[in-house]
Unconditional design. Structure first.
Length: 121
């Protein structure tokens, strides 16, 4: 994946509900709200190290689930395949427009594009 923050955000999106309320809160403040460990610690009345421990445990829980299930990996692969499907269907429409002008080919290509877009949602 692109970088650590992106990777952690993806983990949180997929597996955040598996965390305790405190883990979710600290993780969200650190990664999504961009607060420092010190700021979170000050607002929560605990040590900076305590905040870090909670966040590291949350990361570990989510990474362990991803290692076992591979949902994010499969999701990203599916996104790539959907993009190829959309591009191919668009190319079919272009070839049809330039060479064949068959309305059925256009209908089928449109159906493929719509199905691919529905999978993205």
């Amino acid at each position: 994946m692109k970088n650590q923050t992106y990777r952690m955000t993806m983990l949180f999106d997929f597996y955040g509900e598996l965390l305790t309320e405190r883990q979710r809160e600290f993780f969200d403040l650190y990664y999504n709200e961009d607060l420092s460990l010190s700021e979170i610690a000050e607002n929560s009345g605990i040590s900076r190290q305590g905040v870090r421990d909670v966040i590291v445990r949350a990361e570990g829980v989510m990474q362990e689930v991803e290692d076992k299930t591979g949902l994010i990996r499969r999701f990203l692969q599916m996104q790539q395949h959907i993009s190829v499907i959309e591009e191919s269907a668009g190319e079919l429409k272009t070839i049809n427009y330039r060479q064949y002008e068959d309305p059925r080919i256009d209908q089928l290509a449109d159906a493929i594009i719509q199905a691919a877009q529905a999978l993205k949602e």
